[in-house]
Design a protein around this ligand. Sequence first.
Ligand SMILES: NCCCC[C@H](NC(=O)[C@@H](N)CCCCN)C(=O)O
Length: 461
Amino acid sequence: MVETVRKSLRDSAAARWTALLIVSFTMMCGYFLTDVLSPIVGLLESQLNWTRADYGVYTSSYGWFNVFLVMLILGGIILDKLGIRITGLGATALMVIGTAIKYWAVSTHVLDGETIMGLNAQLFWACIGFAVFAVGVEVAGITVSKIIVKWFKGKEMATAMGMQVALARVGTAFALGFSVPIARALGVIDVSRPVLVALIGLCIGLIAFIVYMVMDKKLDASEANDVQAEISHEDEFKISDIGKILTNKGWWYIAILCVLFYSAVFPFLKYATDLMVNKFGVDQNIAGLIPMLLPFGNILLTPLFGGIYDRKGKGASIMIIGSLLLIVVHALFSVQMLNNWIIAMILVIILGVAFSLVPSAMWPSVPKIVPEKRLGTAYSLIFWVQNWGLMGVPLLIGWVLEKYCITGQTMRDGMMVNTYDYTLPMLIFTGFGLLALVFAFLLKAEDKKKGYGLESPNIEG
Ligand SMILES: NCCCC[C@H](NC(=O)[C@@H](N)CCCCN)C(=O)O
């Protein structure tokens, strides 16, 4: 008698790590586009006449559709209802469409001199493109989380999540480090060129996701029908699930910690290159290299800390330490006499440690607080809360800079541009860090009360 043991495709380490690499590549391209304009904020002023407040409006447009039109939550529902393949394809297509709109906006001259809803028309369409892209990248992010759970459940899940975040940071690092050289390549400054590079990358990312869809189909085919039916049934979305999540204190602490912590990092990165120029006197052409250290640090450290959480536990404590480091870094950035670029480098590296600690512990903690069948919705709601910060804080910082922080004018690239004092924005970021610390402690207390196991290792036995 021949015994046949039916094996799932996920049992193949090569298959699951390949699947992870493919979807992580798509996300990496998305993260590249997200930050592609950050290092050229000065060039945007000299080439497109965007003020810092305009730039703040542009960065905040990331949340227009996600937050106000609740597209993110809808994306989570669609993911639960229609599944990974169709949602992921739609999300990656939206990333391409949004980026194409944005590229057109920053490269065309047909909008010159026009205004729409009080904004210069070029800025308006760049914002619309970015807002469409943002829906795509956020929904893709939730989809990829679900993909990781699908392939890695019961295996190296936290390490896989850390790896995905690490590869996403490669995209951010490339944007921060190479945007200026790309814009200045060929001897002619062109701010649309880095966006074009991102658009090409995202088209490849879309093709990569289509390749993943084939793998996903094969995975489904390799699994027994009854298991699939059970999974589909468990993943089914129910309206009552939202209520159950929203009445969970532990979930709220994570969501609030998330919005506060991320509001002090991603929006900071948007202005970090400009901070290097204005406060630390770094040459504009290389100023993006210092903030670039942060995502590079994350690339190594996020999977490392994820592994520690997997084996040793201490998830809530890791989030407390990360929040503490965040406060120290931003507080020191706000000290006026600390203006040597070496200090800036050291602070960015420490911020990189903080930004590895908190995400590596935060995202794998959600399944300990929320039952697995509600995970997709729980993640999408956390992202939604977080997006309020990602939208509002850059706007706030841009406004504060324009209103309170202009110190004079200087000549850069043959143009007169404003100079800024970053003390007040850095104090605002410090405040977010302080509040994040409070919620990290509340989370630890709640964990102790409810026994979620945030301090226990993820790997049992
Ligand atoms: N398994 C969840 C991974 C989340 C990674 C996390 N991403 C986000 O929080 C996004 N909602 C926002 C990303 C904005 C920049 N592209 C991360 O740490 O990047």
